[in-house]
Write a protein that binds this ligand. Structure first.
Ligand SMILES: C[S@@+](CC[C@H](N)C(=O)[O-])C[C@H]1O[C@@H](n2cnc3c(N)ncnc32)[C@H](O)[C@@H]1O
Ligand code: SF4
Length: 451
């Protein structure tokens, strides 16, 4: 077990927000899993879900396996698993699903996502098995709701994509990262340019209504011209969505171990790509996400990520209700990921009747979560919706938001709070600035598992 300083250990000051690096940490959910702990006592799932709305839940399956480990990646995933481990894993996910649905009788799922790791590492039969757990055990109706699957170019095949389409998957998210072999190498991402192009063509032929392409900027040795070329190449395929990720080099990852310093061009890369995408008619949805001119985004039953619950299946998946977030423990190094996975596969089925690891959301963190997730979208936070949810005004609950307005990062009107353009490009600093002291302390004192 090793303790490693967390990038959000200290709250950034207002001057850090304006003059410091905009790249503190990516807040895609709140609180991060490093704020989860063993719960003082396990809580039965029927208690966890007793007072929750069940008509618009998000169903998420985590596939914690990849062909190889990319140098930048700190997601919960094991590289090069054997087929037997994957089979044992899916068998256990089925048991977990059977237990979960007994508690969640009558649940309706408004979204289904399969992420990882790399779901398309699974064989066609394994993928079918997983999808059947979603439909036959949990009762999801993939043809009536948005269904998204993550994929890496080297693992897709025409047969796998055809299966996903047949099951109603309408969004494929492909991790391209870069079209430039020098950048892929610098990122520690083993892939060839023709594999990327082949995968995009297969996705188009399979007819996914939404193709998302992930790109990463800021690799060592990358310059603005080279980055711009990757974005131009991406645009030739007219993806319905593009995610632009600034590179984060984190401890315990391949790149983190190299201790290399590099010219930090990330802000310039962001501005260059943003201007290019807006010029081509793309609409910015958040710091990272852009939607094509004709794309409408997901259509389907309303699901509100700030308010509706998440049911996570598998090891590494998080589940949440308004009052409790729970998951299996988090890990990054190979031996620790393997350890957590083996514990998951070996669990007795009845252990899935309860939550034993996570964080109880107090009133402050419920409000902060709502605020962070709303503010980090271009659309911003509706004060009316906030008041409906909490019966208070967001500016009374978080008066510090007024400071963001004063330094030009936030616009406040009677109806909405919205980041300005300067605020939006500082999303990865504003998000952690809004963490509660409790969550910051938990993240700071998190002990990284190494075995
Ligand atoms: C689960 S992966 C996508 C699916 C698939 N595993 C793949 O890599 O193609 C999610 C995305 O997060 C981004 N990402 C992950 N770690 C990152 C890091 N340290 N810095 C920047 N982007 C990162 C990458 O763009 C990646 O495609
Ligand atoms: S970036 Fe994707 S393929 Fe690479 S290790 Fe992470 S999850 Fe796996």
């Amino acid at each position: 077990m090793t303790g490693l300083a967390h990038p959000v250990a200290a709250r950034p000051t207002l001057s850090d927000l304006v003059q410091g690096s905009p790249f503190v940490t990516y807040v895609y959910s709140y609180p991060h899993k490093t704020a989860h702990r063993p719960l003082p006592a396990p809580i039965p799932l029927d208690e966890v879900w007793a007072e929750e709305r069940r008509e618009a839940l998000f169903l998420y399956f985590h596939v914690p396996f990849c062909r190889s480990r990319c140098g930048f990646c700190n997601l919960f995933s094991l590289a090069g698993p054997d087929g037997e481990l994957i089979d044992g894993y899916i068998r256990q996910v089925r048991r977990q699903a059977e237990r979960t649905i007994r508690v969640l009788k009558g649940a309706r799922f408004a979204r289904l996502a399969i992420g990882g790791g790399t779901p398309t590492l699974l064989s066609v039969d394994q993928l079918r098995w997983l999808l059947e757990i979603a439909t036959n055990v949990l009762g999801a109706r993939p043809h009536e709701i948005p269904v998204s699957v993550e994929a890496s170019p080297v693992t897709v095949s025409g047969e796998k994509l055809a299966l996903l389409r047949e099951f109603g998957c309408d969004r494929l998210s492909l991790g391209v990262q870069s079209f430039d072999p020098r950048d892929s190498l610098a990122l520690g991402r083993p892939q060839q340019e023709d594999e990327i192009r082949g995968a995009i063509e297969l996705a188009r032929r399979a007819g996914f209504p939404i193709l998302n392409i992930d790109l990463i900027y800021g690799a060592c040795g990358q310059n603005i011209a080279r980055w711009r070329k990757t974005v131009e190449e991406t645009l030739q395929y007219q993806p319905e969505e593009i995610y632009l990720y600034p590179l984060y080099v984190r401890p315990l990852t391949g790149l983190g171990g190299r201790g290399q310093s590099w010219d930090d061009l990330r802000l310039e890369c962001y501005r260059e790509a943003r201007a290019l995408l807006l010029d081509r008619g793309y609409r910015q949805v958040s710091f990272r996400m852009f939607l094509a001119p004709a794309a409408t985004g997901e259509e389907g039953p309303v699901y509100c990520c700030q308010e509706d619950g998440m049911v996570g299946m598998g090891c590494g998946a998080r589940s949440y209700t308004r009052r409790l977030h729970y998951s299996t423990p988090y890990a990054v190094p190979r031996s620790a990921v393997r350890g957590v996975l083996e514990e998951f596969v070996g669990r007795p089925a009845e252990s899935f009747n309860q939550a034993d690891h996570g964080i109880v959301m107090d009133a402050e963190d419920q409000r902060r979560r709502y605020t962070i997730l709303s503010l980090l979208q271009v659309e911003g936070l509706s004060r009316v919706a906030y008041r409906q949810r909490f019966s208070t005004d967001v500016l009374d609950d978080l008066p510090a938001l007024g400071e963001l307005e004063r330094i030009g990062l936030l616009e406040i009107t009677g109806a909405r709070l919205r980041l300005t353009a300067a605020g939006l490009e500082r999303s990865d600093a504003i998000g952690p600035w809004l963490f509660s002291e409790r969550v910051r302390r938990l993240m700071e004192s998190y002990t990284w598992r190494t075995v």
